[in-house]
Design a protein around this ligand. Structure first.
Ligand code: SF4
Length: 82
């Protein structure tokens, strides 16, 4: 899969540290940025496909991505992952 979408990310000119926060306040701040990102779905899919454990990707925290991955392994419908 091409990584061209990364150039369209709202975070492209931001410090990467913003998306690797150390607390919940930082996670929320990162998620607010991701909420306005035009490639958030692709970003989330990339993080899931690559099994990226750390950081906020596609507007989802580490815990949220683990939950999504678990549901996918169990065969839950996509609509149930929101
Ligand atoms: S969803 Fe968030 S982390 Fe992913 S490209 Fe967009 S702004 Fe960056």
């Amino acid at each position: 899969m091409s990584d061209d979408w990364m150039d369209q990310g709202k975070c492209r000119d931001m410090a990467p540290a913003v998306f690797f926060p150390g607390d919940g306040v930082g996670v929320i701040a990162a998620q607010r940025i991701c909420a306005e990102c035009p490639v958030a779905e692709r970003c989330l899919q990339y993080a899931l496909d690559e099994h990226i454990d750390h950081g906020v990707w596609g507007g989802k925290s580490e815990r949220e991505r683990r939950r999504i991955a678990r549901r996918r392994r169990l065969g839950a419908p996509v609509a149930a992952m929101a």
